[in-house]
Design a binder for this molecule. Structure first.
Ligand SMILES: [Fe+2]
Length: 485
């Protein structure tokens, strides 16, 4: 009995140390040292123009329907329109099928785009490798892509997450490291080329960006989202139509999710339901985006797609001095829905750094009552800010001190992330720092699905309740574990 009296305080001490360790957020002390934040020169091989007369360039694909049986293939020709046909099939060099695309082009001040081709290729089989050919004669080019597994609650799938990419050597490093991960599709959280940082928003930098990302984007779908650098609102140049270049160049399957705008939409892919929101389109009550999101959330079926993921450009939780509080308006409008529908994870960009939150919400405050502070909430999403693709504007290196309780980990470095959906209950999330050309796994968590893993979680907590000692302390520890995952 005496031994037990001695043991219990000792266990408390060990537990407290552990609780303290898991509770405290961490601000990484890593400082990057090299690689200037300047764009790669246009004559660099990263932007190489493919050989051949009128050869297709800037090839990229995205999902073309709601459930992953279609792709939209986009490319540019510069000398003449040429053909908008895509030849495709399931064997290399044997193209049994043909799809007919359409063309568009645009001007922006004194820039005139090439001919932009968009071709929907639909009716595909799941889980199948397709080869495709675009262009004609000796200028034709061939690529391939893999369709996802059929929508299924246990379909494993790995997404990459990249934001605010730009076209510097750091951007290239992000892409090269990403290509080694084995991820199958990219969730892109906005700010693509940063062409708007050039005089007259030089469209040539939209072209070079298209050539830079082709090595990835021609082979796997990028799920697009817009950031502030896509707006390009320049009435002083006679250009007052927002997102003109982006909307001409990047297609999204918005009609498949009954959206009325290419800027917000949803797809289902493998075991995930992915909702793309536009930070720079109206979203307050009664706007088209608000109506659409309300209906789309009702469509989410966690029995089919357990993983509910939301993409946006402006983070709702951000403790960096850059863009501080810019997401507050959208948080006030949408956060209660994210908690109500138990969103698993929300990815945002905009801030050129990395930050991960615990599961928190701030939905009790309603101007007349309630706490105005974020609190642990096991129904809330994990918020990830990943605007660290490597663009020319450099890093957002100043975080607010003291680190807020909701912030689990933060670091001002470039990088990308992967989200491996293993089954309906578990996923592995990794953030990889890529500063100065080195690929360094830096932050990772195991995600328990917000819909399916609750029983598992309860079982795990019961096990912890068998630990002898102070009940309230144990309960607090359990609550913290809950919030962590
Ligand atoms: Fe941004």
């Amino acid at each position: 009995m005496d031994r037990r009296r001695l043991l219990i305080p000792l266990l408390h001490l060990i537990l407290l140390c552990f609780v303290d360790d898991v509770l405290s957020g961490r601000t990484s002390s890593y400082i990057r040292s090299e690689y200037p934040s300047t764009d790669i020169p246009l004559d660099n091989e990263a932007f190489v123009v493919p050989e051949g007369y009128n050869a297709p360039e800037q090839v990229h694909i995205t999902q073309g329907d709601y459930d992953g049986k279609a792709v939209i293939i986009t490319w540019v020709t510069n000398s003449e329109p040429g053909t908008s046909e895509v030849w495709y099939g399931t064997a290399e060099n044997k193209y049994e099928f043909k799809a007919q695309g359409t063309t568009t082009n645009y001007t922006f001040y004194d820039y005139k785009s090439g001919i932009i081709h968009h071709c929907l290729v639909d009716g595909l089989e799941y889980n199948t490798k397709y080869y495709y050919k675009i262009g004609t004669g000796s200028s034709a080019r061939e690529f391939w892509f893999q369709t996802p597994p059929e929508v299924n609650p246990d379909a494993p799938y790995t997404f990459g997450i990249i934001g605010d990419l730009g076209q510097t050597y750091n951007s290239l490093s992000t892409l090269e490291h990403y290509m080694k991960t084995g991820a199958q599709a990219i969730l892109f959280v906005g700010d693509l080329s940063y062409a708007d940082n050039y005089k007259y928003n030089d469209g040539i930098r939209w072209d070079s960006w298209g050539r830079l990302v082709e090595k990835v984007a021609a082979y796997q779908p990028w799920i697009w989202n817009t950031g502030n650098h896509e707006i390009e609102y320049r009435p002083d140049l006679g250009e007052a139509s927002p997102c003109k270049a982006y909307l001409h160049r990047y297609s999204t399957p918005y009609k498949a999710s009954k959206s009325t705008s290419p800027l917000w939409y949803a797809i289902r892919r493998a075991s995930a339901h992915i909702i793309v929101l536009s930070s720079y389109s109206p979203f307050v009550k009664y706007t088209p985006q608000w109506h659409w999101l309300r209906e789309e959330l009702k469509q989410v079926n966690r029995e089919k797609t357990p993983w509910l993921i939301v993409l946006m450009h402006v983070p709702l939780y951000n403790s960096n001095q850059a863009h501080y509080m810019e997401g507050e308006a959208m948080r006030a409008v949408f956060e209660s829905w994210f908690v109500q529908y138990k969103v698993d994870i929300i990815f945002a960009g905009h801030v050129h750094a990395y930050e991960r939150s615990y599961r928190v919400s701030n939905i009790n405050y309603n101007i007349t009552s309630g706490s105005p502070y974020p609190v642990p909430d096991k129904s809330a999403p994990v918020y990830i800010t990943i605007g660290d693709g490597g663009n020319q504007e450099g890093l957002a290196s100043r975080f607010f001190e003291v680190q807020p309780d909701y912030s689990a980990f933060r670091e001002a470095s470039y990088g990308h992330a992967t989200l491996e959906l293993k089954n309906r209950t578990h996923a592995l999330y990794h953030w990889n720092r890529n500063d100065d050309g080195k690929h360094v796994p830096t932050d990772h968590i195991v995600l328990h699905n917000q819909y399916w893993a609750s029983n598992t979680r309860r079982r795990r907590l019961k096990k912890h309740r068998k630990i002898p000692g102070n009940a309230s302390l144990i309960a607090k520890y359990e609550e913290l574990l809950d919030v962590l995952v």
